[in-house]
Structure formats: C-alpha cells, structure tokens
Write a new protein. Sequence first.
Length: 355
Amino acid sequence: MQLEKRLQLIREVGEEILTEDELKKLLEEKAHPVAYDGFEPSGNMHIAQAVLRVITINKMTRAGCKFILWEADWHAWINNKMGGDLDKIHTVAEYFEEIWKAAGMDMENVKFVSATEVVDDQSYWKKIIQVAQQTTVQRMMRCGQIMGRDDQEMQRVAQLMYPAMQAADVEHLGVDICQLGMDQRKVNILLREVAPKLGWNKPVAVHHRMLAGLSQPPKEGEGVDRAIAMKMSKSKPQNSIFVTDTVEEVTKKIGNAWCPPEENENPVLEYLKHMVFEKQKEVNIERPAKYGGNQSFGSYTELKEAYLAKKIHPQDLKTMTAVEVNKLLEPIRKHFTKGKPAELLKAVLSYEVTR
C-alpha cells in the first residue's frame, strides 16, 4: 500500500496525531510498525468498546500495523474493577476477546498480551520505577483521568503506580504507535516526554475520538472537562448502548437520545458517522409519503446536510439509526447464544460491577 494511503487510514482513526511528521517518518522506515491499545477487563461492554474499536483497529492493520491489544488485568486490579478479583477480571478479558471476534476484528494481525504475562519480569518493574523517578506525585494524580478517576478519588498509593505502569507498558512491548482514546492523552504526553531521557523509543500517539453518550452534554464553562463528560460511560447505563441490549432497549435508548436538528454534532449523528457509514455505503429512511416518503442517503455528509436543513425529522433519524445499530449488534448477540461465549456472558453478567 502506498504511503499516503496508509497515512490516510491512520488519520481517519486519530482525532489527534502526535505528530504527523513522526508518523510519516515511521511508516517510511517500517512496513509493519507495532501499534497498541490497552483495555481494562471491567464488566459488560458498550458499543464504542466493541464496534468502534474494531473499526479503528482494522484500519490500523490495513495500514500495515501489527497490533497488540494489551489486557491490563493488573491495572484493572489496581483500579478496583470486579472488586479487585483477578480471576473475575481474567474471565471478563476472555469475554471481551469473544466480542471482538464476533464484531469482525482482524485477528490475523492482532495479538493479545496480558499484564499477568509480564509482571514476573524484573525488567518490567525497572521501567516502571524509571518512569516514576522522572515525574511527580502531583502529575501522577493528574494522570488519574486515564483511570476514569478525578484527583479526589486518587487516594490509594497503588493508584499512583498506574500511570507509570501504563507508560512502561509501551516500552516493554516495543510499541511504535500508541493508538488510545483521547482520555488517555495525559499519560501518552508523559511518556513522550520521559522516553528520550531514558533512552527509550519515543512513540507516536494516535488518539481516537471518544464516542459520545446519548444524553445532552454539559455546556461550555460549566466547570467540567466537556470532552470527558460527553463520552459514553458504563456508569450511566441509559446513556450508553451495550452489546447485551435487546433490540427494544436499543430502540428506546436511541429514541430518547439528545438529537436537536440545530446542533452540528449530536450522539445520533456520531453513531451514523463513526460506525454505521463505516460499515455500509447507504442508509434508508422509511416514512409515509405525507412526510416526504422514503429516502436513501449515500454518504454521511449528504445525510447530515439534509438533517441540519430540517428535511429529516429527529424522530425519523433516530428510528433509522436504531435499526442500523441493531444490525451492527446482531452478530454479537448471535455469537453469545451458545457454547463457551454463552457461559462467559452468563458469568460476566453475574458479577457485581464496581466503579
């Protein structure tokens, strides 16, 4: 594949790339750079973790990357996921892998590696200490955002180790590209600063967007990080679409979504742009003739322009989006109806979710 095409695929993934010049140089030098994303096995999975992650990783592998999905099980333990029960965390990790298989991830170019596999390596802990020596307690606390924690929640000593661990993960795995969400930006900036001081490879950071939750976001100036507050979160179940949601639940949640026609961005449009139109070239709105009749749209831009011009009613947009989202989830639902996947699902849903 030509360099420009590889660059374009990664640009489609990254809302922010640090830096594009470094990325271009990397792709010129390496046909198959190593990219990674990490995940805490932490209960049920929402659609951004499932479908959107598959879309982004498949673009990275199409661009020639060899991808590592880092099972951050010890990190999840530190973050008190599954009540800090490592056995449950490992079961959830298996469940996650099954979801991504069902959602169409390019498994030939993706390798799963867990923290459990490396924690007995003394050199791993040496790297963690090296990062810790290069930063301050205050900065580690600010990096608590990567755990979904604010400063007031960073009260355990183990939590302060987490950002240093995540930075060390990248060097230990031989990663060239950190392909993480925008919510992980602070630790990637930290790593890019300390890597040259430690004689490590300075990775490119490709930060993908965080899919919005379904409710109305806070207004600018309300004293919160709007981008983080907007993102889909498991702690707000009515604000998120889960892979276990039924057709009826998906339809109801999207039907109640914030979707004003005068807004240039809203969660329904985001679902269409970043997932539906990534999977298909056309969508169809079905409605009675007195309301304009059926209409097909061959691109997201065409659909969005019609919606902003108020040629599509919000409810018609929501109804169509619910149909398309259910199509995306159907292979996953089917995958978990029997065998080991069904057993994993039953186990995960029986666990008490801890934030």
